[in-house]
Every structure is written in structure tokens, then in C-alpha cells.
Ligand binder design. Structure first.
Ligand code: SF4
Length: 471
């Protein structure tokens, strides 16, 4: 049984990838914490990191190396100013010295101490092993698996018992869509009320609201930055940021001074169908351009798909409901998180396990259900429709960078989410032929059948079909 909070599904972090950047960063932080917990930190004179499988194959493009260096340096991905990342990494590379946990200087020469191996470990495609030594002896060795969405586990799953205890404390212990609907029906509650009750068993209402407000502020901030920051994305593909140009044509003459007044100003612009499509694309693309440039975003459920949920929520606030405020934002995020957790429990949110259906497909389902505002059955119906039309979507990023097709794909995921919500609103969920749990199961079976070259390895699809010299 897995206990997943909305704050596990929606995490503030740094781009470009939740499994290849945020996960390894968190793994490095965890290694330091465990060294300290075992009283060995003060003895460490050297650290070596071995990177395996998909993490190794696309890790350079996904900034896995930078993330490991930052994690070993003790930086917090949620709070560190993003401009400090390249500065810290340059310092380590120039001095060949790393400040372990922010306080202990150790020699660190990348070719020797950060080794990328093509081999896959059997437990999961994204693996990394940390070794700490003192003199000639080894102090500690641990292998972590980055299983998607910034989640990190060890093979032993030693914290499984703790998670089980937290899960047992939830008043509504949900493992599937049908269980969720049963609780809603029996207790006459909406999905957001069920999630709220569960969250209140582990946090105070004030903590929940503060956390959700921070998540929304980070989402809005990433859309704002994405729509204003021009230039080329890093990585060598020479991809030009498009969101600012899209935005320039849409914005009209309204004025604003910060993200909040910006949101208000968009409410005053003229919106016809084509403009709506462009606004939604602009928001989604903006977030993922920030993500591709190692900026701050919210994983939802991953970094590669981080633009879908904010773009659809922004659409709700600036187009559908001009009176929308924090009450609506809170409900939206809680329902989105719950839907994402159902996919994590019943299938996967890792592209290394299931291709892009596990990233963009899940984010689109999260946004579709959260947007709907109908009955619980209609909410899951919207999520089902959105996922149904992402089944089989492969992951094939060119040059291992989270840029092509990733950035545009967020726009497609957001538009499909809106369309799925509208379809579900006018449908009778009782007449639906594909229940929500069936699409979760089908996504997982499709993931297992999918050729491994389409699972975040950049060994198939567009990644090999497009000539890099043409980029
Ligand atoms: S193709 Fe999809 S799953 Fe793969 S990195 Fe891009 S957004 Fe993520």
C-alpha cells in the first residue's frame, strides 16, 4: 500500500527532468543524510558516483551530472536561486574540489568520481550508486533508484513500513479509482474533500494551504518567466524560446508589474477560440522552456510534463472563471495530485518505465479531471479520456534534451485535457465503456510491452530519426 500526498505529486524543483535531475539530486542529498545518520560524514575523504541505464544514456542532456554535484554540495533544489547552480558547478569543475554537504572539502575530478555506465541494473532503469571512502577504505555504499516524479527509493525499500503506517492513518485509504469513487459515494464527499481529509491527517489545514499557495506561486512564476524570457535554450540544439513571441502577439496593451497583476491583465484581453488555443500553448510552452533552461518549475507529475497542469489551471483562471481564486486553485491542485497518485500506484509516472504516456499522458489526465468540477464519476471520466488518447506515446527526446518533442508536447497535453473535460461534462459516466482503472491498467501493460528504446534512452524515434546537423 502506498501513501502518496498531493505534495509528493506536486514538488517545486529545478529543470529539466524529475527522474534525471531532481531524483539524482535528492539521491545525493539522501546519501549525505545517511552518512551523517551513521556518524561517518566526518571521516569521508572521497566520494564516487556510478550512473547506470537510462540515467546514463540521457543523463548529460538532462543535467544529471549537475544535479549530482549540487546534491552532494548540500544545495536544496526547492530553494536555491537558480543562477547559483552554474556558479557552484563551475567552481567544482575549476577547483576540482567539492564541498560535501556544504561543509567538507573533498577532491572531485569528474571523469574519475562521476562515472556514466551504459549498463542497466535489473531493479529499475534509472539507478545510481554512491560510494564514500576514507583513505583506502570504503565507508559506505548505497544504490538509489530514481523512479520518476523526483521519487527516490532503495531496493530494500526500508521506509516502506513508515509509509504503510502513514497510509493506515489516512481516513480514506485509496489505491484505485473505484475505491475513490466508493468513498465519495459512501461519505457524500467530492474528490477534493476526500484528499483534504487525508492531508489533514498528516498536516494542519494552515500547512496545507501554505504549501499549495507556494506550489501555485511557483507555477505562476514559471509561466510568467517563460512568457518574458527570450533567447536560446542550452544544450546545443539551438532551440529558440517561443513563448515570449507567442505572448507578445496575444497580450494587447494591458499593463502589469508582477505575476499576480499579469494574471489580472490577461483576463482583460479578447479571447476567441484561436486565441484560447494560443494562450494555453503559450503558458505550457513557457513553463517547459523554463524547465529546459534549468529554471524553477513544479513537477506535475514530472518535469518534462510540468507545463500541462499550470497551463490548464491558468486557462481556468483567466478564461473560464474570472472570479476564480485560491479556493479554486486549492481544489484543482488536490484533485490533480490525487489523479496523478492513482497512476503512480496502478502504473507508472516514469518515462524510463513507460514512455511519454507516463509523463504527458498522466499530466493531461490530472489536468482534465481537476478542471472538470463535475461529479466524482465525471472527474475520473475526464481523466480516463485524456489518458486514453495518450496510450502508447513514446519518449524519444532529441539529443537526450528535454526540448524536442517535450516542450510542444505540453501544449498538446493541455489542449487535450481541456477537450477531455468538456467531453466528460456532457457524458454519462455510467455509460462509459472504459472505466478509469482500466485505462490505468492498460497504460501499465502498454508500458511493459513498449520497446526499451522508446523509454527515455534517446535510442529510437525522433532521437535517431532527426539529423542533428539539421537542428
Ligand atoms: S518525450 Fe515525453 S517523457 Fe520523454 S523526456 Fe520528453 S516529455 Fe519527458
Amino acid at each position: 500500500m502506498e501513501c502518496i500526498s498531493v505534495f509528493d505529486m506536486l514538488k517545486i524543483g529545478i529543470g529539466p527532468s524529475s527522474s534525471h535531475t531532481l531524483g539524482p539530486w535528492r539521491a545525493a542529498e539522501r546519501f549525505i543524510k545517511e552518512l551523517k545518520g551513521r556518524g561517518r560524514f566526518e571521516q569521508v575523504t572521497g566520494v564516487r558516483v556510478l550512473v547506470y541505464g537510462s540515467l546514463s544514456l540521457t543523463g548529460k542532456g538532462h543535467a544529471t551530472d549537475l544535479a549530482i554535484l549540487m546534491g552532494l554540495s548540500g544545495a536544496d533544489p526547492e530553494r536555491i536561486p537558480t543562477e547559483q547552480v552554474p556558479e557552484t558547478v563551475a567552481e567544482i569543475r575549476n577547483t576540482k574540489t567539492l564541498m560535501l554537504g556544504g561543509s567538507r572539502a573533498i577532491p572531485f575530478r569528474e571523469p574519475e568520481h562521476l562515472v556514466f555506465l551504459r549498463k542497466f541494473l535489473p531493479f529499475h532503469a534509472n539507478a545510481l550508486t554512491f560510494e564514500a571512502s576514507c583513505g583506502e577504505g570504503r565507508l559506505m555504499r548505497e544504490t538509489y533508484y530514481s523512479i520518476g516524479g523526483g521519487f527516490v527509493v532503495t531496493k530494500q525499500q526500508e521506509n516502506a513500513k513508515k509509509k504503510e503506517r502513514v497510509f493506515q492513518s489516512f481516513p480514506f485509504q485509496v489505491q484505485s479509482g473505484s475505491e475513490l469513487l466508493r468513498y465519495c459515494g459512501e461519505h457524500k464527499k467530492s474528490i477534493s474533500e476526500i484528499v483534504w481529509a487525508n492531508e489533514c491527517s498528516i498536516r494542519t489545514p494552515e500547512e496545507i494551504d501554505r504549501g499549495l499557495q507556494r506550489i501555485w506561486d511557483a507555477m505562476l512564476g514559471s509561466m510568467y518567466e517563460g512568457c518574458h524570457k527570450r533567447g536560446e535554450l542550452p544544450g546545443g540544439l539551438q532551440v529558440k524560446r517561443r513563448a515570449p513571441e507567442l505572448y507578445e502577439k496575444l497580450k494587447g496593451t494591458t499593463s502589469y508589474t508582477d505575476p499576480e497583476t499579469w494574471l489580472q491583465s490577461i483576463r482583460k484581453t479578447e479571447v476567441k477560440f484561436r486565441q484560447i488555443l494560443k494562450w494555453v500553448s503559450c503558458f505550457a510552452i513557457g513553463v517547459n522552456e523554463v524547465n529546459a533552461a534549468l529554471g524553477r518549475i513544479v513537477t506535475a507529475p514530472t518535469n518534462g510534463s510540468a507545463g500541462v497542469v499550470p497551463a490548464v489551471l491558468m486557462y481556468y483562471l483567466v478564461i473560464e472563471n474570472h472570479q476564480g481564486g485560491f479556493e479554486h486553485i486549492r481544489k484543482f491542485l488536490m484533485v490533480a495530485g490525487e489523479i496523478g497518485s492513482l497512476f503512480k500506484k496502478g502504473a507508472t509516472i516514469s518515462a524510463a518505465m513507460g514512455g511519454c504516456q507516463a509523463e504527458i499522458g498522466v499530466s493531461s489526465a490530472m489536468a482534465a479531471g481537476a478542471l472538470l468540477g463535475g461529479s466524482p464519476e465525471q472527474v475520473l471520466c475526464a481523466a480516463e479520456i485524456a489518458m486514453e488518447h495518450h496510450l502508447g506515446l513514446t519518449c524519444d527526446p532529441i539529443a537526450g534534451l528535454v526540448q524536442i518533442p517535450c516542450i510542444e508536447r505540453n501544449s498538446m497535453g493541455a489542449i487535450k485535457a481541456i477537450s477531455a473535460a468538456e467531453l466528460a461534462l456532457d457524458s454519462d459516466p455510467a455509460a462509459a465503456k472504459v472505466p478509469f482503472d482500466k485505462v490505468v491498467q492498460t497504460m501499465w501493460e502498454t508500458a511493459r510491452d513498449m520497446n526499451s528504446k522508446y523509454k527515455e534512452t534517446s535510442q529510437g524515434g525522433l532521437a535517431v530519426g532527426v539529423n542533428l546537423s539539421d537542428c
